[in-house]
Every structure is written in structure tokens, then in C-alpha cells.
Write a protein that binds this ligand. Structure first.
Ligand code: GSH
Length: 322
């Protein structure tokens, strides 16, 4: 999304991995690792099942997913192994330097900052600054609670293996969701009047929220599509980055890649969030309204949130802390 906003498409190419995780060394019976693989060439009629063998078949060649363009790797793991990085998980995204033949960075929060200001001489929108110095403190402050409770919070809910762990994660997620709503009722963007990297980070999770997390990760205490403030906020950002969003791949990835959660890899039909995101938004009314400032420390208390969950009433406002 940041690559698109900055206009870096001609400088930094992208290869999208196949959404359905597979064994990364399929020829090795002893090796059980599963993860990202590259798409097969367009003319391939190869199909595969999910890793439990119960879900599928899925086409190995998929619109938007190309074979590895550099050295014909089968998997993302192969790319890490090629550069001698075998310590951690084999994650995406990867920023790869094709001249030095190495991974530059595999941390999305770093990569978006590099795209924001390190490639300006090649960017079509060099003056767009998504991390202005005046907002850096505020961005850090919001990232510090949005990341653990929302971005990672959905995973903490979905992969919880005990009721207390889930309860903790869903409570924190619900509380933060309401906190975000309160901020975005008064501010066009999460740090004020201006789109920042913090909005992009938040949007990446909100975009998937109703299609995936509500159902798959049991985050059903809240919803974006039933929340006018968040829906309109997402509409505005979606409409800036729409060409980068491939919802069928998002859904195929989650619902087909974890046989422990979904053995048969059946992908739900609804709720068609993209159709809602294409509608006009109302966010321009908030811009430049200096009177509408919010205390970013303000948050509903946990007990208020639990009450609202149980009674289906909105969370009560908590007085700002001095
Ligand atoms: N710190 C990394 C984490 C990336 C990450 O966990 N990516 C997931 C997909 S969203 C992944 O590639 N997982 C592979 C695996 O768990 O094996 C970032 O945010 O960039």
C-alpha cells in the first residue's frame, strides 16, 4: 500500500506468493515445515490440496501470483536459505535487493518507513510524507497499543489455545476497537488530520476484520461493517489503495492455510466487504476541524467493555485521565 501511495511501482517490483501454504520441501518426507510457496507458471494445470490433504484442490497457477522471477525458488524458505538466513520463521514481506542478491529487511514496519522516505528520488509522489516529524511521537504512541491489541490482537484471539488467553486477547481487542472508534469519530485519521503510516498499519487489519477475523479468529465482539465510523474510515483508505487489495487471495490464504483451524479449507461466501468499501465515504467533514480534538489517552475501562459486550450496548465513555 505504501509502495502504491508513494508511486514506487516502477522502481520496486512485487511478487505475490501463493495464498495457500504448502510443504516447503515436498520431496522430503522427514521435513514437516509448511509455509509460503510461489505460484506455478500460468499454463500449469497442477493442483494441490491443503496440508491436511482434506481441503482443495487448489490451482497452483493463480491470477496475480507469479513464479519466483529471480532464481526460480519454489518457496519463501528457499529464498531465506539462499541468503543463509535459516534462524527464524520464513515470513513475508521480504524486501530483496536484486543487485546485492540479499534480503534487505523482512519487517513490514521497517519496510514501510523505507518506502516513505528512502526512495524519494524514484518516487512519483516524493513529497507525500506518511511519517512527518511533527507526528512521529503520536504515531509511536498509537502504534504501541494498536499493534499488540489489534494487529497482533486478532492472531492472539485466533490462535489462543486456552480460554483465559482468548479472554485476555478479546478483551484488549474490544477495548482498543472502541478506543479507535472514539478517536476516528473526532479525527479524520488515527493521528489527526493527516494520513500516516499508522493508518496504513491499522487499515491492513481492519480490511480483513469482517471477512476473516470475525469468523475465523473469533473476534466477533466487534465489526467494521456495522460500525459507520470505521466503515467510512476504511472506505477512504481503501479508495486510495484499491489496486493493491486482492480480497479473494486474503480469504484463500487464511481459510486454506491452517488445517488445525479449518481442516476442509471451506471459504465463507460473505460478507463482501469490498462492495461496501467502494461506496462514497463521509470523512471529509472531519478534516481541519481543530475544535474536535480527542485525548488519545482516553479509553473505556475493561469493565465497561465487558458490560457492553454482555448487554450489546455501546461502551460508556470514560472521563479523560488528568
Ligand atoms: N515481523 C514481520 C512478521 C511477518 C509475518 O509474521 N508474516 C506472516 C504472514 S502475515 C508470515 O509470513 N508467516 C509465515 C509463518 O508463520 O511461517 C512483519 O510484520 O513484517
Amino acid at each position: 500500500m505504501v509502495r502504491h501511495l508513494k508511486g514506487l511501482q516502477d522502481t520496486i517490483s512485487v511478487t505475490i506468493v501463493h495464498p495457500t501454504w504448502q510443504k516447503t520441501k515436498p520431496y522430503d518426507d522427514e521435513d514437516t515445515h509448511m509455509g509460503w510457496i510461489f505460484g506455478a507458471p500460468k499454463d500449469s494445470d497442477e493442483v494441490f490440496n491443503n496440508t491436511s490433504g482434506k481441503g482443495g484442490p487448489f490451482s497452483a497457477a493463480l491470477e496475480g501470483c507469479d513464479p519466483n522471477p529471480l532464481f526460480d525458488s519454489f518457496s519463501i524458505r528457499d529464498v531465506y536459505e539462499r541468503v543463509g538466513d535459516t534462524e527464524g520463521k520464513y515470513t513475508v514481506p521480504i524486501l530483496f535487493d536484486t543487485k546485492k542478491d540479499t534480503i534487505v529487511n523482512n519487517e513490514s514496519s521497517d519496510i514501510i518507513q523505507m518506502f516513505n522516505n528512502r526512495f524519494n528520488e524514484f518516487a512519483k509522489n516524493p513529497s507525500l510524507d506518511l511519517a512527518p516529524s511533527a507526528l512521529k511521537g503520536k504515531m509511536q504512541e498509537v502504534d504501541d497499543w494498536i499493534y499488540p491489541t489489534i494487529n497482533d490482537g486478532v492472531y492472539r484471539c485466533g490462535f489462543a489455545t486456552s480460554q483465559p488467553a482468548y479472554d485476555q486477547a478479546i478483551t484488549e481487542l474490544t477495548e482498543s476497537f472502541d478506543r479507535i472508534e472514539r478517536i476516528l469519530k473526532a479525527n479524520r485519521f488515527i493521528c489527526g488530520d493527516q494520513l500516516t503510516l499508522s493508518d496504513i498499519r491499522l487499515f491492513a487489519t481492519l480490511l480483513r476484520f469482517d471477512e476473516v477475523y470475525v469468523v475465523y479468529f473469533k473476534t466477533n465482539t466487534r465489526s467494521v461493517v456495522h460500525n459507520p465510523t470505521l466503515l467510512n474510515y476504511c472506505r477512504e483508505i481503501y479508495q486510495m489503495v484499491a489496486p493493491t487489495v486482492i480480497m479473494f487471495q486474503i480469504k484463500q490464504h487464511y481459510y486454506t492455510s491452517h488445517p488445525k483451524l479449518n481442516s476442509y479449507s471451506v471459504i465463507p461466501g460473505g460478507p463482501n466487504v469490498i462492495k461496501l468499501l467502494e461506496q462514497p465515504h463521509d470523512r471529509a467533514t472531519l478534516s481541519g476541524n481543530k475544535k474536535q480534538k480527542i485525548d488519545f489517552q482516553e479509553a473505556p475501562t475493561l469493565s465497561n467493555c465487558w458490560n457492553s459486550l454482555m448487554t450489546a450496548q455501546p461502551c460508556q465513555e470514560t472521563k479523560s485521565k488528568k
